[in-house]
Design a binder for this molecule. Sequence first.
Ligand code: WTA
Length: 649
Amino acid sequence: MSKQVFNPNPEFAKNANIGSMDEYNALMDKAKENYEGFWGDYAKEKLDWIKPFTNVLDESNAPFVKWFDGGKLNVSTQCIDRHLNTRKNKAAIIFEGDRGDIQTITYLDLYKKVNRFANLLKEDFGVKKGDRVVIYMPMIPEVAYAMLACARIGAIHSIVFGGFSSEALKDRIEDAQAKVVITADGAFRKEKPYMLKPVVDTAIGKGSPVKKVLVVERNNEDVTWVAGRDYSYNELIKNKSSECEAEVMDAEDPLFLLYTSGSTGKPKGVQHNSAGYILWAQMTMEWVFDVKENDTYWCTADVGWITGHTYIVYGPLAMGATTVMFEGVITYPDAGRPWAMVENHRINQFYTAPTAIRVLHKMGEDAPRKYDLSSLKVLGTVGEPIDPPAWKWYYEEVGNSQCAIVDTYWQTETGGHIVSPLPGATPIKPACATLPLPGIIAEILDPVTGELAEVGETGYMCITKPWPAQIRAVWGDEQRYIKSYFGDVKKDGKAVYFTGDGARYDEDGYITITGRTDDVINVSGHRMGTAEVEAAIKKHPNVAEVAVVGRPHELKGEGIFAYVVLKSDQGVADEVQEFTIINQIIKKEIGNIATCDDIVFISGLPKTRSGKIMRRILRAIAKGEAITQDISTLEDPSVVATIEKMVNS
Ligand code: WTA
């Protein structure tokens, strides 16, 4: 199967924005010959500048870089105002609620809503340029208004995924020193209300930097109101003006922070700035999804992750597209829900994660056949390597063997797609991210020599030239930015950006991503740092030591497997009970997404004589693989056989 190649549909290719490999190669050549010319031309063509930039790329302080220096613009006007002449009555957002309620928000509606929201933040909460605003919201249109309102007044938003616990929310609020939180009472899931506001209440304790909380009333359940701190959006918004002048922003002014897990320590605040980010968000919408003027596009991600930022809100709106936003659960009331939505909204591009594809496949293999999916043109996937069976089902059953599958490889730090097929140009192979996008110099390097990896050899996925949408900083920690991304690989003696992923070339130069090379676990497409999960488990008073690894999981991609050493005098009274307690602690400290699928209680961890835990051994045992590496350097080699016995018993 892996040798199969599927050429783009010729009818589709005729009108595609990039319609052949010749066009792709020409763009790539142009970028390689004149990198700054390539990007400078696109920045002039695609963005509306209040003041033009004077310099395309400034690398003088690398790895800190500046793009489009001297330029002034505002991201909210890129996403809204500039469409009003031609697309005033076009749907910007089509919202479908959990219970099937639908709202269509035109570009003119969006303009008014965002301006009112921006005025509210300014007038009632005193939010100013550069202030951080944490957004902890469900998937409702108000989350997009909140993001764009921040952009309009120059405030830096930091969205925290609604599945994170109050502890996780608190950490992020404190790290960003946010003075405002925007939340909702809650929302609906599987036709039942669920709550968010109580989580915010717990997160904002004494000493919190948060002074004001804005609450969107979505499910109208009872919530506690703290006088002088909590305000109803629905009330305050009523008498706000629908005109709010956009703040003039520098190209390099921060647009948002998004916290993500790394291999060590606490989550880091990935900082994206204005011009470079919005440019690439728009260009990849046009190239990778090939969205046309009358198309309707749907990305199923949650807005709390980077995919939701770039490909539900910023990218589609920057290009003037119609973006669908969905509050509910895609398998509810049954596995036909997404296909019913494709039929009802006549969706042309559908973008989701491999984990969702696997679940939909398993729960409703034939479900796509019951709906009219003929509107679909491009199917996308993101978040983790997609396995060939899931790819095949997606291609054949959902796409009726007519649609290109764009396996988009990228990360929070890259801002937008990096390696992906172009639907009208790239011959695709199952479960393969294919080629770098035009303008992106992504290369698989040998970690030791820094040379290009040989065909078939797994190397490190690197990006060897700065690109406009790249991470600009780790919030508040310059050294961590350098260490996390520019510490591992050198090419020609120069530190290059390393993604943390392994990858290999095939004989056609196509790139297959093999997964993380560090201690990051990819659970249902969500990044979890082992250090974070371990820190949570260590809060259990009975736990002496813990090591967490990933192991393949049929639906989630990877599940979390924990090795726990309990304090000797306590023993393991009841493993089932301890399992439950540990997962409860994780839910409290991080959230449901980080709970363990397996926990084994062992008497000691495999460590080197210098005390380093040998995770590779633990990973191999969790996967049921034979241990091939030398264990004689361990402090106590016999511990390996003991652990194997306990795991397999
Ligand atoms: C993984 C999500 C294989 C990868 C946009 C990366 C993928 C991490 C793919 C980023 C793909 C994402 N094929 N692996 N198409 N897309 N990944 O920051 O390990 O939540 O480093 O961004 O997801 O996850 P993040």
